[in-house]
Design a protein around this ligand. Structure first.
Ligand code: ARG
Length: 458
């Protein structure tokens, strides 16, 4: 069955049929399609556009189709052009003439606009839930590692000491922003296009407020031409997904570096690593690499949709059918990446000694040595120069600042006293950093309390 054909005198070319059809992918939102149709049929009945009996027959018929597809009893077959046709044809087959009234006052243009919106809204919720679970794991790791010292890096050079809690907290912040972006998108998109018809509304007395509220929207959209051709919310969602992937990809890159033989900061669990077919010693961080690799694919979907949309005249044009496959792929990819990444970090072990040792060795306390001099009255610029000379000396002797004898310190500046060792110890360097957002224990515990509150309330 086709939903059109009356004005045609020839069969459609088979290749055209194949090229035009979307059922192979738009069946993914059969639930949303049926949910939308149930709301539409309910409203048609309430408005007296169809009889109450017909409305009830349609709603019951659609509910039956939904549960039969859900249970696998009713397979979706490729002989139909799209999911809308499949559902309507099945309905007519099952309930007869009443089924032919479902599409009264509706076009596939507002129907697909609704389906895609409902699907996106549902998936925003699903991605949000995945992110929250990931953040719970990050928070657990933070709590366990408030005193696990490690080097903090800039330019991938050891810079100043931090803690694992502090480092992971940076990702907690990123994912918190990601969730707030999803929240914003959901709020902005939550208006119902149903009732916009093909592009110009309809002459039937539809109650658009009713369908909007039946489908949990905040109200109907206000311009029918925009309603059938707006895919901004999807572009925004793909943008938010791309930013999530930026964060996951950076996190993956660090996991790969930390897991390398040279660093050995962490060890990935066997269940989340893979081996090599030729090199028996290898344990590879494939999950992190794949997450990093899939990032390009998600960015690609955003650029594809932006490009598809940029030249489309108002209102609906078939180009918009292209919004689906790329979005479905991006959404599934991101959900999979978050979930696997969560499992990977949840099971990895931190090599605390190695991290602490690495923090000690890289002159990460050089700024603190300069600050020590500043506290004793030396101007910072001079202190910077003095410590620079000390670092040079240590490099020559292949020792750390902590290991340099006091008389060597004094040779360069007699301001140094025995208390310098306490001032530049790793613990002091971290613990003295007590401004909010810094790694010091009290500051970090305050932030962790805020995060606990966030998880409980968001
Ligand atoms: N498969 C179409 C899409 O995804 C559904 C809308 C069809 N509308 C039309 N006028 N042909 O956009």
């Amino acid at each position: 069955m086709k939903l059109w054909g009356g004005r045609f005198t020839k069969e459609t070319n088979q290749l055209v049929n194949n090229f035009n059809a979307s059922i192979s992918f738009d069946q993914k939102f059969y639930q949303q399609d049926i949910r939308g149709s149930i709301a539409h049929a309910t409203m048609l009945g309430k408005q007296g556009i169809i009889s109450d009996a017909e409305s009830k027959q349609i709603v019951d018929g659609l509910a039956g189709i939904l549960s039969d597809i859900d249970s696998g009893k009713l397979p979706i077959t490729d002989e139909y052009e799209d999911i809308h046709t499949f559902v309507e044809a099945t309905l007519i087959e099952r309930i007869g003439d009443a089924g032919k009234k479902l599409h009264t006052g509706r076009s596939r243009n507002d129907q697909v606009a609704l389906d895609m919106r409902l699907y996106t809204r549902d998936e925003i919720g699903a991605v949000d839930a995945e992110l929250k679970e990931l953040m719970e794991v990050i928070l657990r790791i933070m709590k366990e590692n408030v005193e696990t010292y490690m080097p903090g890096f800039t330019h991938l050079q050891k810079a100043q000491p931090v803690t694992v809690a502090h480092h992971f907290g940076a990702y907690f912040e990123m994912f918190k922003r990601d969730r707030s972006r999803l929240f914003d998108i959901k709020k902005r998109m939550n208006f119902c296009p149903l009732g916009s018809g093909a592009l110009a509304g309809t002459t039937y007395p539809l109650d658009r407020e009713l369908t909007a509220s039946l489908l949990d929207f905040d109200g109907p959209t206000l311009n029918s031409m925009d309603s059938v051709s707006d895919r901004d919310y999807l572009i925004e969602f793909l943008d938010a997904l791309s930013i999530i992937m930026v964060h996951l990809s950076r996190f993956s890159e660090e996991t790969i570096i930390w897991n390398s033989n040279e660093y050995k900061f962490i060890e990935l669990d066997d269940a989340y690593s893979t081996g090599s077919s030729i090199m028996p010693q290898k344990k590879n961080p494939d999950i992190a690499e794949l997450v990093r690799g899939k990032t390009g694919r998600v960015y690609g979907s955003l650029i594809s949709l932006l490009t598809t949309m940029k030249g489309i005249p108002l209102a609906y044009d078939k180009d918009m059918q292209e919004d689906k496959e790329l979005s479905f792929d991006a959404i599934d990819t991101v959900k999979g990446c978050i979930s696997l990444f969560k499992g990977m970090i949840d099971t990895m072990k931190f090599n605390k000694e190695r991290m602490e040792d690495s923090a000690k060795k890289g002159f990460t306390n050089a700024t603190d040595a300069a600050d020590y001099l500043v506290r004793k009255g030396v101007p910072f610029r001079d202190a910077h120069g003095i410590v620079g000379q000390l670092v040079l000396l240590c490099l020559d002797k292949q020792i750390s600042l902590d290991e340099l004898p006091l008389d060597e310190y004094k040779k360069i500046s007699d301001v140094f006293e025995e208390d310098v060792y306490e001032a530049i110890s790793l613990k002091t360097c971290v613990e003295k950093r007590l401004t909010i957002g810094a790694p010091g224990l009290d500051a970090m515990n305050k932030v962790i309390a805020i995060y606990d509150d966030y998880i409980a309330n968001n």
